[in-house]
Design a protein around this ligand. Structure first.
Ligand code: PMP
Length: 509
């Protein structure tokens, strides 16, 4: 299927923004805008990281020394705390739970949120038991009380045994493990596995009141007993149905959409009303990707938990962290949740060095303003969109007041929405294949919105690279506008193993 889209290339070397493959005796350089799906913010084979990795291995650093002191993991936790507290202008600290992948960090978050809900539900259960005891003391015939207790108990048993619900935006992507995939909106990834884990209620982010309505529709009440004026009656008590709100500040795989301000305000309010944590997935947007360490801080969105992964490993290690606010952290969690490979010295030491580099080079990653390259990219793509309005649309960053998009570049990158005559889910992959074969440029569509191209280069992208990208995008737009995409189709037809029954997910694999 890679061949179908013209993407079947084996890369043999990577440096900075460039991946190389071999064609005969030649080494072909490809300008990489996929950036390891966001994990190479510091570029491929970043020299400082590679040198440090070499030193660690040469020094026989013990990589797996589980259940001992982990000062290197503490260092990462402390660095993250320093950065996050500074950015959020807050004194509150965060505990760090280490993981091996983004989805795993999210699942740690789901588990911790469920632990919080379990504690709340246990409190409610204790309250109901106390209510029943009090009812039994009342001067009411035993048979009457027994009947009421049976009614209450039968109702509550089903409720307490039910799996929790999570709230997430329509279009969300939070990973593909058993739990996290249920919070990933795309039904192609999720539907088959829905019986395995707790479900999400997906909320459209641009419909006022939708979040409140989702909560209202799923609300449940436990039953209890009260003694009033010598008689006993059944009353309802709110039951903690929801465990958390989970969201990306900018939908990544869902097509690069920044969360509207009205929605983020609703998230904070509703979570506070329900007493549940807001879990912010910064796996793709964090680490300085958008001009702040956390993209959510641009949006005034505050999290109780943050998931960070991808570029934390510097393009070399697999490192992920879940941060949990001190005031919510349940210390028994550390005894309940662990992983052989999480918190290993190699990945945490690399992560620590990555954070040092980001801090030292905050000029690039935490300016809060788009870089010169980002502005240049925007201008060029805007020109391309103006000359091919039927082919490509460029979305501007929404204005905080919800008005029409500003003409300034967002520090959030952009989603170029290309719609050609080909309505198949492969369209974006054909565009990617064309850009690779004809221009030695690597990009992909986002995985759940295949008409949106992703551009996630390293922070060291140069204006000349942007110019190359812009020229290539102009070519692809011209090709679709003037020739109906004939050269895109030619690439698809030139390859031998075409199978139109396969899905875009399989192409992605
Ligand atoms: N959350 C978001 C926002 C992501 O973009 C991704 C990966 N694309 C994940 C979670 C899952 O991360 P991983 O692939 O490392 O499990």
């Amino acid at each position: 299927m890679l061949a179908t889209a013209g993407l079947d290339v084996e890369y043999t070397r990577g440096e900075g923004n460039t991946l190389y493959y071999r064609r005969g005796d030649d080494e072909i350089a490809v300008l990489d805008f996929v950036g390891g799906y966001g994990s190479t913010l510091l570029g491929h084979s970043n020299p400082e990281i590679i040198e440090y990795a070499r030193e660690l291995l040469a020094a026989q650093t013990p990589i797996h020394a589980q259940f001992s002191r982990h000062p290197y993991a503490n260092d990462v936790a402390n660095q993250l705390n320093r950065i996050v507290r500074r950015e959020l202008d807050s004194d509150e600290g965060y505990f760090a739970i280490f993981a091996n992948s983004g989805a795993e960090a999210i699942e740690a978050g789901l588990k911790h949120a469920e632990f919080e809900r379990f504690v709340r539900a246990a409190g409610l259960r204790a309250q109901i038991e106390a209510d029943i005891e009090a009812a039994r003391e009342a001067s009411v015939p035993a048979a009457e009380i027994d009947a009421l207790v049976a009614e209450v108990t039968a109702h509550n048993e089903a409720l307490f045994a039910a799996t929790p619900l999570f709230l997430s935006p329509v279009g969300a992507f939070h990973g593909k493990l058993a739990g996290s995939v249920q919070l990933t909106y795309n039904p192609n990834y999720r539907a088959v596995f829905s019986a395995l884990a707790a479900q999400a209620r997906f909320v459209p982010v641009d419909e006022p009141g939708a979040l409140d309505e989702a909560v209202r529709a799923a609300s449940q009440f436990a039953k209890s007993l009260v003694v009033e004026g010598g008689s006993v009656r059944v009353v309802e008590r709110p039951f903690p149905v929801f465990a958390a709100v989970v969201l990306e500040p900018i939908l990544g795989e869902g097509g690069i959409h920044e969360m509207p301000a009205a929605f983020t305000a609703d998230v904070g309010r509703v979570a506070a009303e329900l007493g549940i944590p807001v879990i912010i997935d910064e796996i793709q947007t964090g680490m300085g990707r958008t001009g702040a360490f956390l993209a959510s801080s641009h949006l005034g969105l505050r999290g109780d938990y943050y998931a960070i992964a991808k570029s934390l490993g510097g393009g070399v290690a697999k490192a992920a962290v879940l941060l949990v606010k001190e005031s919510r952290y349940l210390s028994d969690f550390e005894l309940m949740h662990s992983s052989t490979f999480a918190k290993d010295s190699f990945s945490t030491l690399i992560a620590s060095r990555v954070l040092d580099i980001l801090e030292a080079d905050a000029r690039r990653c935490s300016t809060g303003r788009p870089s010169g390259a980002a502005r240049s990219c925007w201008r060029r793509c805007a020109r391309c969109a103006r000359s091919s309005p039927t082919v490509v649309r460029l979305r501007a960053r929404p204005r905080p007041d919800g008005g029409p998009g500003v003409r300034e570049p967002g520090g959030v990158g952009f989603g170029g929405l290309a719609r050609g005559g080909n309505a198949s889910g492969f369209f974006g992959y054909y565009v990617s294949g064309f850009l690779l074969r004809e221009h030695n440029i690597r990009t992909f569509p986002t995985s759940s919105a295949v008409y949106t191209l992703r551009f996630e280069p390293s922070a060291y992208i140069e204006t000349a690279d942007i110019e190359r990208l812009a020229a290539a995008l102009r070519d692809v737009c011209r090709e679709i506008r003037d020739a109906g995409g004939a050269r895109l189709a030619a690439i698809a037809e030139a390859v031998p193993h075409r199978n139109s029954a396969q899905t875009s997910e399989e192409i992605e694999e």
